[in-house]
Design a binder for this molecule. Structure first.
Ligand code: GLA
Length: 383
């Protein structure tokens, strides 16, 4: 009897308090065990939900964006990213779906760079055109390690902060590098991805977010009918190994010109050297969009059918637009869908590919006492 009298007021209080809780962003982050890594360690998944019903899932494995639902022009939500349904699926991810890639996202020629007079050798885990290079941080890059996640929320934002300490010499890179990645989902329908890093010895880095987008929400369709704008007057032509040649070429008059919206498939098969070498679009564009403080307007992607729009702004100098040319139907992803050629695309804000070997690239070196910071805002809407 006594315990009941104590319990009842508590129940009544929590009923009274709950409407207040719901007025803020309370309970808009939840976490669950996603699965176990091969060594038995648990990987968690965080679910972020905003006031408009958007939902983003992020896992500690690879600091990966598992999914994000976006409303179309009729208010129908659908996941607009490629990936897998389970951690076991993600453990097989060789396409970098949704991943945080590092230490050095994109390619390093021959897997070699020189820093303060010393040559470093990285694994050559990729060979487009038969020319070996280091791709996306190595054999076991940031996309394949377990990060430590911690959720946060306030009235209008919620997210997850993921930390990974990469040991000195890991994947051939010098310096102990501590990287913190945050995903924030705002009530303005923005997904903000940020990476910051510090080191105890000079190193090179280019930490990159690598989601594959198909704004139709139907992963069986082609992104060739999406309309793309890249706020960039120049792009970086490459050799057959997809390494920039050093030339910074104007886009004007070429199929690389996305300064106004173009349907992706309209020019992708044109007889143009860069498109032949890339087997389609797979290049870095040098951003020249409107500035807002440190951020530059980078890209706008629209699926004309569903009206979904995604814009990207960043503090980085370039954006890699990869048109999903290596997808060939052999990878089975979410819902058992075999991801076909050009069924999704990546828009990766970053430093120039091969920056450590390119004197024209902005510096890619981080020294002790400095902080690397990369910000990327994806803003979603429908029209
Ligand atoms: C990047 C590169 C592509 C390809 C994919 C991963 O975006 O630009 O060439 O390597 O990653 O398949």
């Amino acid at each position: 009897m006594k315990s009941l009298t104590l319990v009842l007021p508590l129940v009544a209080m929590s009923v009274l308090l709950s409407p207040l809780d719901n007025a803020g962003a309370a309970d808009t982050v939840s976490e669950a065990v996603y699965g176990k890594m091969p060594d038995g360690a648990e990987a968690r998944v965080f679910t972020l939900t905003n006031a408009n019903g958007m939902e983003a899932k992020v896992t500690e494995y690879g600091a990966i964006l598992v999914s994000i639902t976006v409303a179309d022009k009729d208010g129908n939500f659908a996941d607009v990213t490629h990936g897998y349904d389970t951690l076991e699926g993600w453990l097989t991810n060789t396409s970098y779906f949704g991943a945080t890639v590092g230490r050095f996202g994109n390619r390093i020629a021959n897997g070699k760079f020189t820093l303060e007079g010393k040559e470093y050798n990285l694994a050559t885990n990729n060979d487009p055109g038969g020319i070996p290079c280091a791709l996306h941080g190595g054999i076991k890059g940031f996309d394949k390690v377990l990060w430590k996640g911690e959720s946060f929320e306030n009235d209008t934002d919620r997210g997850v902060k993921l930390t990974y300490v990469s040991a000195d010499g890991e994947e051939g890179y010098p310096g102990t590098l501590t990287t913190v990645v945050t995903y924030t989902l705002t009530d303005d329908d923005e997904l903000i991805w940020e990476a910051s890093a510090t080191t105890d010895a000079p190193t090179v880095l280019n930490v990159v977010h690598h989601s594959y987008w198909n704004l139709s929400g139907d992963a069986t369709t082609s992104i060739n009918d999406h309309e793309l704008t890249l706020y960039a007057d120049h792009y970086l032509p490459t050799d057959a190994g997809l390494i920039p040649t050093g030339e910074v070429a104007p886009v004007a008059g070429t199929p690389m010109d996305f300064t106004t919206a173009h349907v992706i498939g309209a020019r992708v098969e044109e007889d143009f050297e860069a498109l032949k070498l890339g087997a389609g679009y797979d290049h870095a564009w040098v951003l020249s969009g409107e500035k807002d403080g440190d951020l530059t307007k980078a890209a706008r992607l629209k699926d004309p059918e569903t009206g979904r729009v995604m814009t990207i702004a960043t503090n980085q100098p370039a954006i890699q637009f990869y048109g999903g040319n290596f997808l060939d139907g052999t990878v089975e992803g979410k819902g058992g869908v075999a991801y076909q050629h050009r069924s999704a695309l990546c828009l990766e804000t970053e430093n120039y590919p091969d920056a450590p070997n390119n004197p024209k690239a902005p510096p890619a070196v981080l020294k002790p006492g400095e902080t690397y910071y990369h910000k990327m805002i994806h803003a979603f809407s429908a029209e």
